[in-house]
Design a protein around this ligand. Structure first.
Ligand code: AMP
Length: 429
């Protein structure tokens, strides 16, 4: 029996399959629309095998997900068909009341749809993936983990905007926070790596990927996240602007003849790394262009690093100090340059990188980056071990951790927990 995790994005869907009893990873999948909307490609990668791809002609997003689920379920590369016990969805927004994973039913779908205006690209995709699962796996329970749930306890001082209070009361305009599943995972993992209880730790976690955010965590509880009402606030991202002066927006609307739709498109899809560099939204490609002497690519990287560093400083101060700075997400996990650049100037907060590793790539496959026990031995002993590293100097008061985020694992674990709790409750009746 297995657990299927679905992470539905606006233009692609990621799948992950885990063994129910052990949470061992069985396979990953990606559904993508590389060209036109009717032509999808599904790639399935078994944990111990080579990827297989299939092209699909599908009328729409939902049909694409149904076809991908069918391929996953019946694929001979995964044995004689997969029996899915529960499906876990990564969902963007469940509102400030939802703190825990939920069983998805009609009322929950209505609740999710109510927040479509906040994340108009992501929320419809999540709902389509739920509908596709209902159609492809009608008897399988579905569980949702919300990105906002980890931020259910952020205090009013952190979530209120200095706008007319009626906007909050009447329209629900407040900060929510996103990437919560990743930040929650990194909180647990950091405590495990430091051999400390989460209740003792002050953490700043930087999830830096195509979308990016940072969270301040005190005692295991999120105090604030840099994304706010929508996932547009905070850090500069691949194509998203992050925080900018609202005066600029008023200016381009009033004085430059820009329409609201054009402005939305610019802030979401034409800003960030792409907007400044003019090269790409992909950090690796911008790094490569900068290395070849492209000045705007260099500038984009400098702005990116400056903004992350400034925010880490601000968040650490809200915590009254820092026990560990965590880097995660595709950029945080892989760019040694970015991590070093962010940490420059954070010495005043007790952050000191290990100088002997300066310039070393701490890529996750790098055996030499692991201290102490043999990574291989640990990996062999536990299917739940991942190669995370502490890259701070030995005497650095604050640790600097690089953690491979595992949102899919968190979702699988919580979905499994809900199934087991329900079974136990039924046995106890
Ligand atoms: P994510 O959204 O977490 O998958 O992260 C995607 C981002 O990570 C993209 O901007 C990639 O360019 C970046 N990334 C992935 N690998 C590397 C790497 N080795 N060095 C720098 N950036 C990377």
């Amino acid at each position: 029996m297995s657990i299927l995790v679905i992470n539905a994005g606006s233009s692609s869907v990621k799948f992950a399959l885990f063994e129910f009893d052990t949470l061992r990873s069985l396979a990953r999948g990606l559904l993508d629309w590389p060209g036109d909307a009717q032509h999808a490609v599904v790639t399935l990668t078994p944990a111990d095998g080579n990827p297989i791809s299939r092209e699909l002609d599908v009328p729409d997003y939902r049909a694409g997900v149904v076809a991908a689920l069918e391929m996953l379920r019946t694929s001979k590369t995964l044995g004689d068909g997969i029996l899915v016990r529960v499906v876990g969805h990564r969902l963007i927004h469940g509102g400030p009341q939802i703190r825990r994973p939920v069983r998805i039913d009609a009322a929950m779908k209505d609740l999710i749809a109510r927040y479509t205006h906040v994340a108009p690209l992501h929320i419809p995709a999540g709902l389509e993936a739920i509908a596709a699962t209902e159609s492809a796996l009608p008897d399988v329970p579905q569980v949702g983990l919300f990105d906002t749930a980890f931020f259910a306890d952020i205090p009013p001082a952190a979530y209120l905007y200095p706008l007319p209070y009626a906007w909050y009361e009447d329209w629900g305009i407040r900060r929510f926070g996103y990437h919560g599943t990743s930040h929650a995972y990194c909180t647990e993992r950091a405590a495990e790596m430091l051999h400390r209880d989460p209740s003792q730790l002050r953490l700043v976690i930087c999830h830096l990927g195509q979308g990016s955010s940072a969270t301040a965590v005190r005692g295991g509880v999120a105090v604030t996240n840099t994304m706010g009402f929508s996932p547009l606030e905070g850090f500069m991202m691949g194509t998203r602007s992050g925080t900018v002066d609202p005066g600029i927006l008023l200016h381009v609307l009033k004085e430059r003849g820009m329409s609201v739709d054009e402005l939305a498109d610019t802030l979401h899809k034409k800003s960030g790394l792409l907007g400044i560099s003019g090269v790409s939204s992909d950090f690796r490609q911008v790094e490569a262009a900068a290395a070849e002497g492209n000045d705007r690519a260099r500038l984009a990287l400098d702005v990116y690093a400056y903004r992350v560093r400034a925010m880490v400083g601000a968040l650490a101060v809200t915590l009254g100090g820092l026990d560990a700075l965590v880097f995660t997400g595709g950029i945080g996990e892989n760019s040694a340059w970015l991590r070093a650049e962010v940490c420059k100037g954070l010495e005043c907060l007790g952050v000191h990188l290990d100088a002997s590793r300066k310039g070393t790539s701490y890529s996750l496959g790098d055996e030499s980056a692991e201290r102490g026990e043999s990574r291989r031995a640990k990996k062999a002993a536990s299917p739940l071990f991942w190669p995370d590293v502490d890259i701070a100097a030995p005497n650095s008061p604050a640790r600097v951790l690089v953690i491979q985020t595992r949102e899919d694992f968190m979702i699988a674990r919580e979905a499994r927990r809900m199934v087991l709790e329900k079974m136990n409750a039924e046995c106890g009746k």
